[in-house]
Design a protein around this ligand. Structure first.
Ligand SMILES: C[S@@+](CC[C@H](N)C(=O)[O-])C[C@H]1O[C@@H](n2cnc3c(N)ncnc32)[C@H](O)[C@@H]1O
Length: 233
């Protein structure tokens, strides 16, 4: 695996890793994020992430961003010029697919072990980290969030998104229509998100992990949450 900084991520084949809930072969699902009706969920997240990255570029015009759980990195289209990106994922196919794009803004990629705090693998710090739709897959999320905080420079910025389980709308469609669609694609959503946040629990989790300036908001559809936070200065 290309790793520009000589850091050694564990090479695991796919998310069906010992000790981690079997989430099926989720890789095939990534392409959907760009298709209607999934865009109704993802577009507000990408717009919010774009605002976050614009703010970061104002502060660190050549800042390096760590993308945790990169998937196919669709959202890099929204990134302002000047920023660079190191990607990590537990699925080596995702990291390979992103590196194969040959995009000069991508400085490297690392395959990481599920649940392991990222600062145990990457030994340097980043101006910002974002993890779009990842924390809900992490059982040991308190130590995982601490790892994200430690992987930031002092005052570095964090952006997260996650499904909104604090209101009835998402659980209702997830247990019915989304489960039917998932079954047709060969997986189940039942264990897909072992960690489920509401606005309040995500805010408390980020404060508990030592983040400051924490702001958690629902998207206009109420289906997802976005969180902005900073590492202490
Ligand atoms: C729902 S997908 C989101 C992909 C992409 N960020 C997006 O929004 O389109 C979750 C991604 O996180 C990865 N993932 C799950 N647990 C992870 C962990 N502990 N560390 C890093 N990546 C993880 C999965 O392999 C998958 O690529």
């Amino acid at each position: 695996m290309n790793n520009a900084d000589g850091e050694h991520g564990a090479r695991v084949g796919h998310p069906g890793h010992p000790g981690h809930p079997d989430q099926g072969d989720y890789f095939a699902n990534h392409a959907r994020a760009r298709q209607f009706p999934w865009t109704l969920y993802h577009q507000p997240l990408e717009r919010d992430l774009e605002r976050f990255l614009r703010g970061l570029a104002g502060e660190h015009p050549a800042g390096e961003v760590l993308v945790v759980g990169c998937g196919l990195l669709h959202e890099i289209d929204a990134a302002p010029a000047g920023l660079t990106f190191h990607v990590v994922d537990i699925d080596e196919r995702a990291v390979e697919a992103v590196l194969d794009r040959g995009d000069l803004r991508i400085t490297g990629g690392t395959v990481v072990v599920p649940e392991e705090p990222v600062d145990h693998v990457l030994t340097r710090q980043f101006a910002a980290i974002y993890a779009k739709e990842v924390v809900e897959h992490v059982l040991a999320w308190p130590s995982w969030l601490v790892g994200l905080r430690r992987a930031l420079v002092p005052g570095g910025r964090l952006w997260l998104s996650t499904p909104n389980y604090g209101e009835p709308w998402l659980p209702a469609i997830e247990s019915t229509v989304l489960e039917l669609i998932a079954r047709k694609s060969g997986f189940s959503r039942r264990q897909l998100h072992p960690t489920r946040f509401s606005r309040g629990s995500l805010r408390r989790g980020l404060l508990g992990a030592g983040f400051e300036d924490v702001a958690v908001r629902s998207t206009p559809t109420r289906l997802a949450l976005t969180a902005w936070a900073r590492a202490p200065r």
